[in-house]
Design a protein around this ligand. Structure first.
Ligand SMILES: [Zn+2]
Length: 152
């Protein structure tokens, strides 16, 4: 088993483990396909449902880890974050990109699965994050498509 295959192998068992359900391990069912911006053997990236700004992306290791320090290749994951942050910055014309590593529960009653927020910030918004729960789903589809194309 190769390093990468092993990383992928570990993504599935936690879905049905005794620890309970994990929404990120169930990403194939839980995430709208049009909102995916990136996928490889070890990671996925998609637009946040609870975006703090247009173009707010979550980068998630497929392997169920409570801390990204548990990843086999943390450098590769950090390079991916940087690559996606650059794409989001370009597509959303952001002044700054905020990157946040999240620990703990993803949602109530879900298992802890560490992930990273990439949040584009514009000068007018600096220091003023407000949830944007009413983004049109079609608008999100368009943004995700632009970021996907930027990452090709
Ligand atoms: Zn998980």
């Amino acid at each position: 088993m190769t390093f990468w295959a092993e990383a992928t192998y570990w993504a599935k068992p936690s879905l049905r483990s005794s620890m309970g359900y994990c929404i990120f391990c169930d990403y194939e069912n839980a995430i709208r396909k049009e909102h995916m911006v990136y996928e490889d053997a070890d990671s996925i990236a998609f637009l946040s449902k609870k975006a703090l700004a247009n173009g707010h992306v979550l980068v998630v290791p497929k392997r169920h880890v409570e801390s990204i320090t548990e990843l086999y290749d943390i450098k590769a994951f950090l390079l991916l974050i940087e690559r996606i942050a650059d794409a989001v910055s370009h597509i959303m014309d952001a002044n700054v990109i905020n990157i946040q590593i999240t620990h703990g529960e993803v949602i109530k009653k879900s298992q802890p699965h560490s992930y990273v927020h990439i949040i584009p910030v514009h000068q007018r918004e600096l220091g003023y994050f407000e949830a944007m729960p009413n983004l049109a789903i079609e608008e999100m589809d368009t943004i995700a498509e632009k970021i996907r194309k930027e990452l090709v």
